[in-house]
Design a protein around this ligand. Structure first.
Ligand SMILES: *[C@@H]1O[C@H](CO)[C@@H](O)[C@H](O)[C@H]1NC(C)=O
Ligand SMILES: *[C@@H]1O[C@H](CO)[C@@H](O)[C@H](O)[C@H]1NC(C)=O
Ligand SMILES: *[C@@H]1O[C@H](CO)[C@@H](O)[C@H](O)[C@H]1NC(C)=O
Length: 295
C-alpha cells in the first residue's frame, strides 16, 4: 500500500515535469509509460489547459512502424478502439485492452484564437501485459546414467517474458546459489529460470521422477505443463552383449558373401582383361587370405 502511494506521488511529480507551458495552451500527462494487463482497462492521460476564448480540436493518433493512424478524430473513436474507448476530460479510457493495443499514442490538441493557432502534443506509450500461456515441456522418457540430459520448458505469449520453475515429484527444485553451502553441493542439476532449461551434467538414477514446469510473469495466473516421467537407468549389459553379437554376425555374413563371390569368380571377371596371368596368382592369394580371415 505504501509503495503504491509512493508510486502515485512519483507519477504526479513526473507529470508536473512533463507540463508544457505555451502561450495559450498546455498539455500535461500523468503517465507517459502506461502498463495495463490484457483484458483490463487503461487510461491514457492527456490533460489540457487553455484560455476560455479558444476553440479546441482534440485528436489522438497511434504511431506504428507502418504509419500513423487516427484513434480519435472529428469527435469520435475510429478503428480498433471504436466501441472500446471513451473520451474523458483528462484523457482516454480504453476498456478490455488487448496485446494489439500496445504501442505509442499521441494526443494532439490544437487551439485557435483570433490571431493564431497553437498545437500541443503529448506522447504516451502503452504496454499491454500478457499472462503466460501453457508452456511446452520437453522431458526425455528415458536416459542413461552418467549422460548429459537437458529438460526444456518454454512459452512465448507472456509479456514481460515468463520465468520458469521446475518441479520434481511435486516439489519445487532449488536454484543453485553461487555461495555454495552444504545444500548446494547436493544439487546435481542447473535450473535456468530465464531460459526454462533444467540441465543434468551427469544424470543419476536418483534423478528418475515425475517432472513438470511452471511459467509465470506476475500477470494473471501461472501456467503448468503436464507431468512427464523421466526414467534413468544404468547401461544395459545384456543389451550391449546382444548388440555385439549382432554386429559380429553381420560381419561374418559379409565375409562369407565375399568368400563365395570370389569363389564364383565374380571379382576376377571384371579385371581379367587387364593382366590375366598376374592377376590369377594374386587372386589366389586373396582367396587364401579371406578364407583364413573368415575361419
Ligand atoms: C475482450 O476482447 C477479447 C478479444 O478481442 C474478446 O474475446 C473478449 O470477449 C473481450 N471481453 C470483453 C469483456 O469484452
Ligand atoms: C546430500 O545431503 C544429505 C542431507 O540432505 C547429506 O546427508 C549427504 O551427505 C549430501 N550428499 C552430498 C554428496 O553432499
Ligand atoms: C540417491 O538417493 C538416496 C536416498 O534417496 C541416497 O542414499 C543415495 O546416496 C543417492 N545416490 C546418489 C548417487 O546420489
Amino acid at each position: 500500500m505504501a509503495s503504491r502511494s509512493l508510486r502515485l506521488l512519483l507519477l504526479s511529480y513526473l507529470g508536473v515535469l512533463c507540463y508544457h507551458k505555451v502561450t495559450g495552451i498546455s498539455i500535461e500527462t500523468d503517465n507517459k509509460n502506461v502498463k495495463a494487463e490484457e483484458f483490463k482497462e487503461a487510461i491514457l492521460s492527456c490533460k489540457h489547459k487553455f484560455s476560455k476564448e479558444m476553440s479546441l480540436r482534440i485528436e489522438w493518433k497511434k504511431i506504428q512502424s507502418r504509419g500513423v493512424s487516427f484513434v480519435y478524430y472529428n469527435g469520435e473513436f475510429t478503428g480498433d478502439l471504436k466501441n472500446r474507448a471513451e473520451m474523458l476530460n483528462t484523457g482516454i479510457h480504453i476498456r478490455n485492452v488487448t496485446r494489439k493495443d500496445s504501442g505509442t499514442y499521441r494526443c494532439e490538441i490544437s487551439a485557435k484564437s483570433e490571431h493564431r493557432q497553437h498545437l500541443e502534443e503529448a506522447t504516451i506509450m502503452l504496454t499491454v501485459l500478457v499472462a503466460p500461456t501453457t508452456p511446452v515441456c520437453e522431458v526425455p522418457s528415458s536416459a542413461m546414467t552418467g549422460t548429459v540430459v537437458e529438460l526444456s520448458c518454454k512459452e512465448t505469449e507472456g509479456s514481460p517474458p515468463s520465468e520458469y520453475q521446475w518441479y520434481k515429484n511435486g516439489v519445487a527444485l532449488l536454484e543453485k546459489t553461487g555461495t555454495g553451502g552444504a545444500r548446494a553441493a547436493n544439487i546435481t542439476y542447473t535450473m535456468n529460470k530465464k531460459s526454462g532449461t533444467l540441465l543434468f551434467n551427469t544424470v543419476t538414477k536418483n534423478d528418475t521422477g515425475e517432472y513438470f514446469c511452471e511459467a509465470s510473469n506476475g500477470i494473471g495466473l501461472s501456467q503448468k505443463c503436464s507431468v512427464k516421467r523421466m526414467q534413468v537407468d544404468d547401461l544395459n549389459v545384456s543389451g550391449i552383449i546382444a548388440a555385439v553379437v549382432f554386429v559380429a554376425l553381420v560381419m561374418a555374413l559379409c565375409g562369407l558373401g565375399v568368400f563365395y563371390a570370389q569363389k564364383k569368380g565374380y571379382f576376377t571377371k571384371e579385371s581379367s582383361s587387364q593382366k590375366k596371368s598376374n592377376y590369377q596368382s594374386t587372386s589366389e592369394k586373396d582367396f587364401k587370405h579371406t578364407k583364413s580371415f573368415v575361419i
